[in-house]
Design a protein around this ligand. Structure first.
Ligand code: ZN
Ligand code: ZN
Length: 150
């Protein structure tokens, strides 16, 4: 296991590699995203405040959008849910979203190379990526429904 200090350095390196200045606030936001993928901006704020109690919501939102623009974070927007952020980027993975509890799981691309879907009519586009959200009912919710039906 990596020590905390090593991890912070690795994160700082990732931030610089994306062309951003590394600050303790940015490192804390990236750490929060790695610990809890698919977090809303507010969840990231709560998590970052455990180490940096004085950070403003504005600062966290600003960092999340800078990360998204720089390709360090990905923004996922499932229907009916606030935008979620994750640090797993560049692999064209997809998501399964539970319509009952909002649980979200990563799905690796079925074929492995982006895009794994071919549009029926690409309208002359050169397709670079495809994003699929599978919505359904997670196993926990399905079990609960089954238990309460008895
Ligand atoms: Zn569920
Ligand atoms: Zn994901």
């Amino acid at each position: 296991m990596r020590k905390a200090a090593d991890t912070a350095q690795t994160l700082a390196g990732d931030i610089r590699a994306a062309g951003l200045k590394s600050t303790s606030q940015r490192v804390a936001v990236l750490a929060a995203l790695q610990q809890a993928p698919h977090s809303s901006a507010d969840a990231v704020l709560v998590s970052v405040r455990s180490t940096l109690p004085n950070i403003s919501a504005q600062a966290v939102y600003g960092i999340l959008s800078a990360f998204t623009e720089a390709g360090l974070a990905r923004r996922v927007e499932p229907a009916g849910s606030p935008a979620l952020y994750e640090a797993r980027v560049g692999d064209n993975h997809h998501h399964l979203v539970c319509i009952r509890c909002g649980a979200i799981k990563d799905v690796d691309c079925v074929i492995g190379q982006a895009p794994c879907l071919t549009p029926d009519d690409d309208s002359g586009f050169t397709v670079l990526a495809a994003e699929v959200t599978f919505s359904g009912i997670c196993s926990t919710c399905a079990q609960q429904a089954e238990t309460s039906a008895r």
